[in-house]
Design a protein around this ligand. Structure first.
Ligand code: ATP
Length: 308
């Protein structure tokens, strides 16, 4: 019987000498979903992913990938997963397409190599040795190698780092196509836009633990409040405005004529603000509602700037 989740990590602990890199981490990834794995540098993401891939042995907890133990059932698991590494693992003088063809032969039902080469824009450099490929081309080849075996679950480590916008969008399309085919994707990224664009779920890791997991819009709605901004004439009577608004709403004039309200920004609040403006002869020349972004949530939870 197929286990429900593609990935089930419970209480994972991994130490390097005295250093506890992963400290009781829990993570569930449902089949057929894209999960973005986010966290500041050194949070324990790579260690967790490498443990799921079977490259590292846990010091505690359990890891099940497609229902299998990556340490004791690695040979059964490996043909069913795809792994995109940041670097390494490719022979420097091997040519791009030749490497891909070789990888395809190791799998029972590989993807069509020319189609994959075409899709990832590798056609022009198929005969180029790996070490002569540009950083972005190496990145795309690594992605192709992860996908050619038609994996059920694919681990993508910063798949668009260093890619030009065109290649980034092509990679995003590919991830969407994988999801549409029912492939499960665990995507490590430092780019919030990428996580918001692609993922069904986001797991934020800090200090070796998952500190939040959920759909991006749900994570953005929870916790802190949203913001409404408007511009009008300077010096509006904010005490009068606040009297019209529900308790818990805050209003400040950030600079002359520029106002910011924070609180539960819902349709009713917007209606109350515009009606107060009408009663006070104010025509807002700009009014906008801003949701918390994933980046705001990340900063609140980890207190850390993102690596750009
Ligand atoms: P990044 O975003 O920078 O890639 P990460 O979240 O992937 O970071 P890990 O690479 O898992 O983090 O590292 C977690 C911690 O474990 C870090 O403090 C790191 O220095 C340490 N670490 C990782 N690999 C080793 C190792 N082989 N030996 C010793 N310490 C290690």
């Amino acid at each position: 019987m197929q286990s429900a989740a593609a990935l089930q990590v419970a209480g994972l602990v991994k130490r390097y000498g005295d250093k506890t890199a992963v400290d009781g981490l829990d993570l569930t990834v449902e089949r057929g979903t894209v999960t973005a794995f986010l966290g500041p540098n050194g949070a324990g993401k790579t260690t967790t992913v490498e443990t799921c891939e079977g490259y590292r042995r846990p010091d505690g907890g359990t890891v099940r990938v497609l229902g299998l133990d990556p340490v004791t059932q690695g040979s059964e698991l490996r043909p069913r997963i795809g792994v995109m590494l940041q670097s390494g693992g490719i022979y420097p003088t091997a040519r791009a397409e030749e490497t891909l063809r070789h990888m395809a032969t190791l799998h029972a039902h590989p993807l069509d190599v020319p189609a994959l080469v075409d899709r990832l824009g590798l056609g022009g450099c198929g005969r180029t040795p790996y070490r002569r490929l540009s950083g972005g081309q190496q990145q795309r080849l690594a992605l192709a190698l992860a996908l050619v075996g038609r994996p059920e679950l694919v681990f993508l480590d910063e798949p668009t780092a260093g890619l030009d916008p065109q290649a980034r969008h092509a990679t995003w399309d590919l991830v969407r196509a994988l999801r549409a085919d029912g492939v499960t994707v665990l995507l490590t990224t430092h780019h919030m836009e990428e996580a918001e664009e692609l993922s069904d779920e986001v797991a934020i890791v800090d200090g070796g633990k998952v500190v939040a997991q959920g759909a991006p819009d749900v994570l953005c709605k929870g916790g802190a409040e949203n913001t409404l901004r408007f511009a009008g004439r300077p010096g509006l009577d904010l005490t009068s405005l606040l009297k019209a608004l529900p308790a818990g709403t805050d209003a400040v004039e950030l600079h002359p004529g520029s106002y910011r309200l924070t609180g539960t920004v819902d349709p009713q609040l917007l209606a109350t603000v515009t009606s107060w403006c009408a009663q006070n002869g104010v025509l807002p020349d700009r009014i906008s509602v801003e949701r918390r972004t994933l980046e705001d949530v990340f900063m609140e939870l980890t207190g850390k700037e993102l690596r750009s």
